[in-house]
Design a protein. Structure first.
Length: 336
C-alpha cells in the first residue's frame, strides 16, 4: 500500500479502472457535491475529509498538479464558477463568495489525492479500502482467474486460431528446410519469443508462475499471438527462399543468422514495441507479474483495456465457445 504514495504508474492503474471506481464511489461514501453530472469536492471538503491543512492541500496540488488534472482536478472560472456558487453558496468555499477562480476535485481526483497524502491517517484508510475494492472487482469480473484474463478479449479466439495455422507452416518449414536436430523446434520457438519479448519459454513460464502442464500461448494477449503468427509465417517463407537459393537444407547457425536479419527489419520495430508495452503493462496491472527484461516498456494500463478485459464485451472462454455466432466465425475460418 505504501507504494501508492510513490508510484504514479500503480496509482494510475487503479484510477483508470472505472469498474473499481464505480464500486468505490458507492461504498466509500466520501460525500461531495453533484455538479454538472459528476461528484466534485471543494478544497474545504477535502481538508475536512482527510483532516489536513489548507497549506498541505495546496502543496500537493502544486507538486502533483498535472497528475491531479488528468484525473479530474479542475479550475472553475466564469460561467462554470457562477453556476457552482449558485449551487453551494459560500458554505463550502474557503476562498469566499467573491473568488474569481476555484479549484475543485472530482471523485477520481480525491482518490488520487488519497493515494498521494502521506500525512493523513484518513487518506491511508481510504487507500487500504480502495485496494480491497480493486482486488474484489477484479476477482468478481474474472471469476478469480486473472492468469487467463487475456482470454476475455473478444479478439483472443480468432488470434489463437490463426496463430495455430501459422504455427503449422513454421514447423513444416523447419521439417523441410532445416537440418535434423533434436532441439530445433524448441530453439527456434524460443528465438521468436526472445525477438518479441526478450524471454524464452522457461523465463516466461516463471514470470507468470505457470505449472508444467499449462500452455504458454493460452496466456498470451491477442496482439502478441498475432505478432508471433507474423514471425512464424515470415520465417517459414524466408526458410523456403533460402533453401531454394542454396539447394540444400540450412544449418542451425544459418537459421539463427536468418532470425537476426528478420528481427532487425524496420517493419517489425513498431509492432514489437507495441507488443512489449502491452504485455509488460497488462501483466503488471492485471496479473501482478513483472517482466524484468521489459521494465522499460511498462506504462499504466489505459482505460480502454479495462473495458476490453473487464467490461461488457469481455467474456470467459467457456462463454465464448458456447456462443453460436462465435462458432459460426470459426467454421468460416476453417472452411477457407
Amino acid at each position: 500500500m505504501n507504494e501508492l504514495t510513490t508510484a504514479q504508474l500503480q496509482r494510475q492503474n487503479i484510477l483508470n479502472n472505472r469498474f473499481a471506481l464505480q464500486v468505490a464511489e458507492q461504498h466509500l461514501q466520501l460525500g461531495g457535491v453533484v455538479f454538472q453530472g459528476q461528484t466534485v469536492f471543494t478544497k474545504q471538503q477535502v481538508m475536512a475529509l482527510f483532516e489536513v491543512s489548507d497549506a498541505t492541500v495546496e502543496r500537493y496540488v502544486s507538486n502533483h498538479g498535472e497528475e491531479l488534472k488528468v484525473n479530474g482536478y479542475q479550475l472553475l472560472r466564469g460561467k462554470n464558477l457562477n453556476e457552482f456558487k449558485d449551487l453551494v453558496g459560500g458554505t463550502l468555499m474557503n476562498e469566499g463568495i467573491k473568488t474569481s477562480i476555484l479549484g475543485v476535485f472530482s471523485f477520481r481526483a480525491v482518490l488520487n489525492l488519497a493515494m498521494l497524502l502521506t500525512e493523513s491517517e484518513r487518506a491511508k484508510a481510504v487507500r487500504s479500502r480502495l485496494l480491497d475494492i480493486v482486488m474484489d472487482v477484479l476477482a468478481a469480473r474474472t471469476g478469480g482467474h486473472t492468469k487467463y484474463i487475456n482470454q476475455r478479449d473478444e479478439h483472443y479466439l480468432t488470434a489463437t486460431f490463426q496463430e495455430q495455422s501459422y504455427r503449422k507452416q513454421f514447423t513444416d518449414a523447419l521439417d523441410h528446410f532445416v537440418v535434423e536436430h533434436q532441439w530445433k523446434y524448441v530453439r527456434f520457438t524460443n528465438l521468436i519469443y526472445q525477438c518479441i519479448f526478450r524471454e524464452n519459454a522457461t523465463e516466461y513460464r516463471k514470470v507468470l508462475k505457470l505449472a508444467a502442464k499449462e500452455s504458454i500461448r493460452e496466456t498470451m494477449y491477442s496482439e502478441v499471438l498475432t505478432l508471433i503468427a507474423s514471425f512464424e509465417a515470415g520465417i517459414a517463407h524466408e526458410l523456403e527462399q533460402e533453401f531454394n537459393r542454396l539447394g540444400r537444407k540450412l544449418s542451425m547457425q544459418e537459421v539463427e543468422a536468418l532470425f537476426g536479419r528478420f528481427e532487425s527489419h524496420p517493419l517489425f520495430k513498431p509492432l514489437i514495441l507495441d507488443a512489449r508495452t502491452k504485455m509488460a503493462s497488462r501483466d503488471l496491472g492485471f496479473r501482478d507479474a513483472l517482466h524484468h527484461k521489459l521494465e522499460a516498456y511498462i506504462q499504466s494500463v489505459p482505460e480502454a483495456d479495462f473495458d476490453r478485459f473487464l467490461g461488457e464485451t469481455s467474456k470467459s472462454l467457456e462463454d465464448r465457445l458456447s456462443d453460436p455466432a462465435t462458432l459460426a466465425v470459426f467454421k468460416r475460418l476453417k472452411d477457407r
